[in-house]
Design a protein around this ligand. Structure first.
Ligand code: GRF
Length: 209
């Protein structure tokens, strides 16, 4: 199966970079990657270009949490024009609720820096420290209309240190994000993921390398 991937970003783009680099090393089985951003100043756009990947700013006018239906349609057009079969949200700071979700339901995934279903939303590391959690981590999940609540694909666990700050914790969690996000893309491209209710079944997972 030929799979093209669209990565939606708003900022730094380190997860985007991890996916692009893993694919360059031949680890993902993805054909083409396109990067789309709602932010013209996203450092991710330059990073993608430097890595030889097409990167496009979609000129959106709204600045709320949600894009308008017309704005989502602009994303859908670029994705469909490039035959994208999997959409990865990677630090995309908008809630998807219209055309993108309709078009890509079951084919759109996100990374969140907590062990979902705990700590949905923003300012995760601050809240993890406030609660005195001993462990935190990150989650790759399918995107549904319910924010940060879709079926879980992969998770990684990170111990919390007593002297952690939100910044030191974010840094260690990010290292795990860069490991499990490309791995999730690979599982998708290998056709191993199926959604059953709230759960994702990974074919051959117990023997997976
Ligand atoms: C990551 O922590 C990710 O979990 C969250 O937003 C951050 C994006 O970072 N959704 P980057 O742009 O991938 O560097």
């Amino acid at each position: 199966m030929v799979l093209n991937v669209g990565i939606l970003v708003s900022g730094r783009g380190s997860n985007m970079q991890a996916i692009i680099e893993a694919n360059r090393e031949g680890r993902l089985g993805v054909d083409k990657i396109v990067v789309l951003s709602d932010n013209p100043d996203a450092p991710a756009l330059d990073k993608a270009n430097a890595l030889g990947v097409e990167a496009i700013y979609i000129p959106v006018k709204s600045n709320g949490a949600k894009l308008t239906p017309e704005e989502e349609d602009m994303f859908v057009k670029e994705l469909k024009d490039r035959d994208v079969g999997l959409v990865c949200l990677a630090g995309f700071m908008r809630i998807i609720s219209h055309g993108i979700l309709r078009e890509y339901e079951g084919r759109i995934i996100n990374i969140h820096p907590s062990l979902l279903p705990s700590f949905r939303g923003l300012n995760v590391h601050e809240r993890v420290l406030e609660y005195g959690c001993r462990y935190t981590g990150c989650t790759v999940h399918f995107v549904t209309a319910d924010v940060d609540a879709g079926p879980i694909i992969l998770q990684a666990c990170v111990p919390v240190r007593q002297d952690d700050t939100p910044e030191t914790l974010a840094e260690r969690v990010l290292r795990e994000e860069h490991r499990i996000y490309p791995m999730s893309v690979r599982l998708f491209s290998e056709g191993r993921l199926s959604i059953e209710g709230r759960r994702v079944i990974i074919e051959g997972w117990e023997d997976y390398e």
